[in-house]
Ligand binder design. Sequence first.
Ligand code: FAD
Ligand code: NDP
Length: 456
Amino acid sequence: MDFEFDLVTLGAGSGGVAASRRAALHGARVAIVEAGRVGGTCVLRGCVPKKLLMYAAQYRDAFAEAPGYGWQLDTPPRFEMARWAAAKAAETARLEGIYRKLLEGSGVALFEGRAVLEAPHRVRVGERVLTARHVLLATGAAPVRDSIPGIAGCATSDELLDLDTLPPSCAVVGGGYIAVEFASMLARLGSKVSLYFRDRLPLRGFDEMLRTAAAAELTAAGVELHPGSAPSRIARTAAGWLLSFGEDRVREFPWVLNATGRKPNTQGLGLEAAGIGLDAQGAVRIDAGLNTALPGHFAIGDVTNRKNLTPVAIAEGRALADSLFGPAPRCVDLSLVASAVFMMPPIATVGPTEAEALAAGHTLKVFETDFRPMKQAFIGGSERTRMKLLVDADSDRVLAAHMIGADAPEIVQSLAVALTAGATKAHFDRTIAMHPTAAEEFVLMREPARTVAPAG
Ligand code: FAD
Ligand code: NDP
């Protein structure tokens, strides 16, 4: 059968654009279909605007700390969300323009509209049908809007990043990445935040040290924590939203952030009818080679709901394009993916949690440090930095590095290279420190805080 394209990609987000450009570089005839704006979640309503809001929020701490460093601030600073929002809109438009140019420059044909897989190898966009030898699903994910009765009308991170004014107080529902990052930012930008989450600590799935420290830092920032507490119902009121907790407890807020997770964009795409299997969360099922159940049809990134991070979607997209159109097939190894939570101070982590490493059968030497960094000590600040290294007691290999503290993402990104290369604790010990830095503490932890063996 003759196909118009070698590859048609559904979704021009991080993964779809990376895959399409790499495929075109290999000489493939490529089309990409986008239902919204080119750039996807990361660029338009995720990592990029989120981090720009984080930078705005960090000024609160800088202003508070400045007098301790000799600065006199004559008028109290005031945050104007509308000014930030206008600058953010200009920046995301600039980035969208760059993405469009990159596609054009690579020779990828862009079709704007909602794609549907009407039959294997046939993608419909409005009246147009694109036929392709290979079809790539890269449609990403969107906020869950039905996790709690009545939550559908509440704002998600999408709407928050478009606000012109900040609410004076708000409830944030959820305890994951988005809940913690935005609770931390909103509190610094001047909103009184109440954080409601189901577990005893925020950030389920992260190392216990990080979770405990995150709770302490959020509290220090003025966030009211409500562990083990999620609303059973949410209702609209004249003044805002009424959150019900069981039968007899209610609390009203002018604004609520729904941070209860995201779900893959697979509805109405025609996937199951075409023979592409979905899991219980609606994510596309794939194997290690990114193949769906339908030959010639692949999926990458958030639509597969495994490690929902931009660099993962990009790495998978490039690997797929190289496998299909390059010299040799290759897989992406997701066993050691670093990630960060951009709260203040930030968290960064690479490798398993202590509990996961023990469950995997490792006897661990646990190296820990907890200190007040120089910048804080000078001004009598209370913010602390905590670091943890997990070392396999038998092989001496460093399995994981966890950190909360200033610059943690920048530091742990570099450590991830060492861990990927299989560094041992002896390598860390041989490394000469760079002084004065916080990062040097990672090579100066000499004695384990404890040695722990797996249970049983
Ligand atoms: P997306 O980038 O979501 O792209 C999917 C594209 O498909 C979208 O443009 C969508 O419009 C389009 N689409 C959907 N359906 C169709 C259809 N039927 N037809 C045509 N097009 C369609 N990750 C990090 O690594 N670091 C961070 O700091 C970080 N911060 C985040 C903050 C927030 C608030 C959020 C929400 C996410 C954040 N993420 C972060 C996650 C990151 O944004 C995603 O993992 C990443 O964008 C996934 O890329 P993707 O290509 O799989 O999907
Ligand atoms: P997460 O999966 O991280 O967190 C979802 C939160 O919602 C959890 O705390 C969960 O609680 C809670 N929740 C789910 N259902 C309910 C309910 N019915 N009632 C109350 N609470 C509920 O999702 P996010 O939306 O925060 O982020 C989505 C993904 O996007 C992340 O997993 C991450 O991969 C990516 N992301 C990455 C960022 C980064 O790299 N810095 C930043 C933002 C997003 P429980 O723990 O009890 O299940």
